[in-house]
Design a binder for this molecule. Structure first.
Ligand SMILES: [Ca+2]
Length: 438
């Protein structure tokens, strides 16, 4: 019989225990290291309530919120942190963002509770939100108004370089002395610019200059589902922007006889021209000029609706593609200047066109007097069953129309922004939390 002495068992137990202890220590050490190297381990949420808060609270629960933005401005936030302002609250201060998140781990400014968006009101005596030289920051459901400069002002600086990867969702800016939303440097300043900025479902109205301004060397700018209206100058502007996308947006009531433009693509002072801007599936109406495109080239304009603008589109860039747009009810729907060297113009509905370009290629457009719109007086420019535009277009490689209905339906592509009988495969959600004030 094989026997083991009790002392041996004890020794073995002790040995096993030592090993277990070592392993446990090692696991703890790894967890400890992970905790300290992953800043998500520190992520916290802070609450700010303008009426019930107290700056002596720790701010980390809805039952113990801070009160003021100055308390937020004095905070030391880390990547992954969230700062929430209570809905219905109003602050008469400037939010100065001076913290950066990380890729996949942004710092977020948002809202909690119910009711109106939390409002930062500059009362025409101060700025509202300033974010300078920081990256990976999200703004979600914040409203600003009456800034002495811009509502949301985003810029890089010489300390930390470009401001990168900043997202705005469901934010509103109005009645600011300059632009509602601005990203990019001021001309002649020592600031540096901004890249990878996204605006989704935002509203900018009644500002004294531009609704959304991407100025002076910005890049990779996206506007999606945003509204600009009743701003003194442009609704949207790409200024010396390298790479941009504007889709599912509306721009209207910009009627200044000199500067009233739904969307502008222009060169800022001493900066390079714009390149590779895509405008698609937008509704642009009641502007002095729907789209004024005067910079760079290689832009694409497709499946947009332009109506009741004094001028629909004025195109003065070197090259571009215009496919499947519907123009209606303008003094002049579209013009191409002599600066245009190469432009394709196909599948568009229009009445009046002026072309001075030497490189103008055109086919499958409709310029007659009876395009067969369903109800243009109510803004419905989809096609009646008897429209001559149905199946009269040419396939140009696009997969869906202004409503995201599949293209082509029937035998081939229709002319204009609306494909007759197309199946809507993606349901668009309307902008949320937007107050429309007339
Ligand atoms: Ca068709």
């Amino acid at each position: 019989m094989y026997t083991i002495k009790a002392s041996t068992i004890k020794r073995r137990d002790a040995h096993t225990m030592n090993n277990s202890l070592k392993k446990t220590k090692l696991v703890l050490l790894i967890l400890f290291a992970l905790f300290f190297t992953t800043s998500a381990g520190w992520a916290a949420t802070y609450y700010v309530d303008s009426s019930q808060g107290n700056n002596n609270n720790n701010g980390t629960s809805q039952s113990a919120p801070w009160r003021t933005i100055s308390k937020v401005n004095a905070g030391a936030f880390r990547a992954g942190d969230t700062i929430l302002f209570k809905r219905g609250g109003v602050w008469y201060e400037t939010l100065i963002v001076k913290w950066s998140g990380q890729s996949g781990n942004p710092i977020t400014f948002g809202a909690y509770g119910s009711g109106n968006l939390p409002l930062i009101d500059g009362q025409k005596t101060r700025e509202t939100v300033l974010c300078k030289g920081n990256s990976y920051v999200n703004f979600d459901s914040i409203e600003v108004r009456n800034s002495t400069t811009n509502g949301f002002y985003l810029v890089g600086d010489t300390r930390s370089g470009y401001a990168l990867h900043i997202n705005f969702t469901n934010c509103i800016a109005s009645r600011c002395s300059h632009h509602g939303f601005k990203c990019g440097q001021d001309v002649g300043s020592s600031d540096v610019t901004t890249r990878y900025i996204t605006y989704e479902n935002c509203l900018s109205y009644s500002n004294s200059n531009i609704g959304y301004q991407a100025s002076n060397g910005t890049g990779n700018i996206t506007f999606r589902g945003c509204i600009a209206r009743d701003n003194a100058k442009n609704g949207f502007r790409f200024g010396s922007t390298a790479g941009g996308l504007m889709e599912y947006c509306e721009s209207y009531n910009h009627m200044d006889p000199t500067y009233g433009v739904g969307v502008a693509i222009q060169t800022s002072n001493n900066a390079p021209p714009c390149s590779d801007i895509v405008l698609r599936k937008n509704r642009i109406r009641n502007n002095e000029c729907g789209a004024y495109i005067d910079s760079g080239g290689n832009h694409e304009v497709y499946y947009n609706l332009f109506y009741s603008n004094t001028r629909g589109v004025s195109y003065r860039s070197t090259s571009g593609k215009f496919f499947n747009n519907t123009f209606s009810n303008s003094s002049q729907d579209v013009s191409f200047s002599s600066a245009v060297q190469n432009v394709e113009f196909r599948n568009n509905i229009y009445r009046s066109l002026s072309n001075s370009s030497s490189g103008f290629t055109s086919s499958n457009n409709y310029s007659g007097s009876s395009p067969g719109f369903v109800n243009p007086y109510a803004g419905d420019y989809s096609l009646q069953r008897t429209s001559p535009c149905i199946d009269a277009g040419r396939y140009v490689g696009l997969a869906s129309d202004i409503n995201d209905a599949s293209v082509p339906a029937g035998s081939t592509v229709d002319i204009g922004a609306y494909e007759y009988g197309g199946t809507v495969s993606v349901q668009l959600s309307a902008p949320r939390n937007l107050k429309i004030i007339y």
